[in-house]
Design a protein around this ligand. Structure first.
Ligand code: F6R
Length: 256
């Protein structure tokens, strides 16, 4: 795993923008995996400002709340359109977000996996991380080999995200999420984490054992995984000085 520690969420997001902009220059028909939540907001805002060409890019979102219609203000669909898709020149047919209203969820999930394969697989997967180490909505004890499926949110995640819904009562209990195995299939991982409340989850994911109790720790097995952190999210890393040195002394050809 490559750990990139930055002073602020702004500078960290700037690095993520450069990584994605480079990918799109090298591969204009790239396939991106995308996340919702507060973490990637700056990334999306800055990508919009860069006026990149999205006309041939395909996207697959990680997750959607079960039972929410695409038009629901808290759905992943709405989030992505409002914060990103409506502001770039992406083709509607190239956008994929799990269908929270799917009648037959297992069949839908198999089809989502098939669509990812048919697109040639995900080139770069953007991730946030939950305070319990979840990626996508793969909560602790999720199989590290899991594929897209229905999951039940933990009380902690429902508490963490209640703000988006106004109250915990209004939050769905279930989600459709890409599995950890699905995420691991991406050719490159770009995980962003900001703020003190992510510091424990980040430290366990990077320096702890690989365990389904911290799903992000499974990324230790990914050959091209970058974690871009602000100072607060990196605060509990024991080897922070080493990661900083490595990043600052990279040869030019290796820099993002
Ligand atoms: C959302 C997702 C989740 C979030 C995580 C952090 O698509 O995959 O894993 O990334 O819950 O959420 P924020 O960024 O709101 O702290």
């Amino acid at each position: 795993m490559e750990i990139i520690i930055q002073p602020t969420p702004e500078t960290a997001s700037g690095i993520a923008v450069r990584i994605i902009a480079r990918l799109l220059r090298e591969k204009p028909n790239a396939v991106l995996g995308l996340a919702t939540g507060s973490t990637p907001l700056r990334l999306y805002r800055e990508l919009v400002r860069q006026k990149l060409d999205w006309s041939r890019v395909k996207t697959f979102n990680l997750d959607e709340y079960v039972g929410l219609a695409p038009a629901h203000p808290q759905s992943s669909h709405s989030f992505m359109w409002k914060n990103f898709f409506q502001n770039i020149n992406i083709a509607r047919k190239n956008i994929h977000v799990p269908d929270g209203e799917a009648k037959n969820i297992p069949v839908f999930c198999l089809r989502y996996e098939k669509q990812i394969r048919a697109a040639g697989g995900i080139d770069l997967q953007v991730l946030g991380i939950g305070t319990d180490g979840h990626i996508g909505f793969n909560e602790p004890t999720s199989s590290l080999a899991s594929r897209t499926r229905i999951k039940t949110l933990t009380a902690r995640t429902r508490r963490d995200n209640a703000g988006f819904f106004g109250s915990e009562k209004k939050m769905p209990h279930h989600v459709i999420t890409m599995g950890i195995g699905t995420i691991m299939g991406a050719r490159q991982i770009l995980l962003l984490a900001f703020g003190r409340n992510k510091a424990n989850a980040v430290a366990q994911a990077v320096e702890g054992p690989i365990t389904s109790m911290n799903p992000a720790s499974g990324l230790q097995m990914h050959p091209v995984a970058k974690m871009v952190l602000d100072k607060a999210a990196a605060a509990k890393l024991k080897r922070a000085d080493y990661y900083r040195w490595v990043y600052e002394n990279k040869p030019d050809w290796q820099k993002a």
